[in-house]
Design a protein around this ligand. Structure first.
Ligand SMILES: [Zn+2]
Length: 197
């Protein structure tokens, strides 16, 4: 069973779906999130983006990590939102975007189905670290924020960070994303998130 099949199996069996509500409590955390606040102690910058139709996810059992790829610029969630709307999508496909200075920005509302990984959007959260990590290295501040954010998302949905729940985009689709340099750091990010979780 490869990792993709494992996730599918886990989704079908219902394993790994919210068991504990997290420190804040699921409802309080969701309310804080919807009102533009942070997530379980991790601050998330509101971006006030408007979307076309969105659908809620019923299962969340994994997080998929991405990079921007076509530029190493410090692009904002608003910029990616504009690009993705130009694709004809509802808006930015990622749920979170981590800027070069480590600031975490809101993308698509966390409870809705994203547009970031073909075939896997119905059960995953998409986190994008801004940059081109085929050619450049992520900033240490981005890695630190990724660990804290992933730990908070995992607490919220009640699954532990591990190699069976945290993936790079290229684990599923034919893409270089999230870039070799960030992909090589995924084990370190998972270990760090697990330590915080
Ligand atoms: Zn990607």
């Amino acid at each position: 069973m490869n990792r993709r099949q494992f996730i599918r199996r886990a989704a079908i069996l219902g394993a790994g779906i919210a068991v504990l509500p997290g420190i804040l409590g699921r409802e309080a955390a969701e309310a804080a999130w919807q009102s533009g606040g942070g997530l379980d102690g991790v601050s998330v910058r509101p971006t006030y983006l408007s979307f076309r139709s969105l659908w809620n996810r019923t299962t969340t059992d994994a997080i998929i990590v991405h990079h921007i790829g076509n530029t190493n610029d410090d692009v904002s969630a608003a910029t990616v939102h504009r690009w993705h709307k130009q694709n004809g999508w509802a808006g930015i496909g990622y749920h979170f975007l981590i800027r070069k200075d480590g600031t975490i920005e809101r993308g698509r509302p966390m409870g809705t189905i994203g547009a970031h990984c073909y075939g896997e959007n119905d059960h995953t959260i998409g986190v994008n670290l801004v940059g081109n990590f085929e050619e450049y290295m992520p900033e240490p501040a981005q890695i630190a924020s990724a660990k804290r954010l992933i730990a908070a998302i995992c607490r919220f949905y009640g699954f532990a960070p591990s190699a069976d729940t945290i993936f790079g985009h290229r684990d599923f689709n034919a893409t270089a994303c999230p870039g070799q340099n960030l992909y090589d750091l995924l084990p370190d990010i998972i270990d760090g998130a697990a330590a915080i979780y």
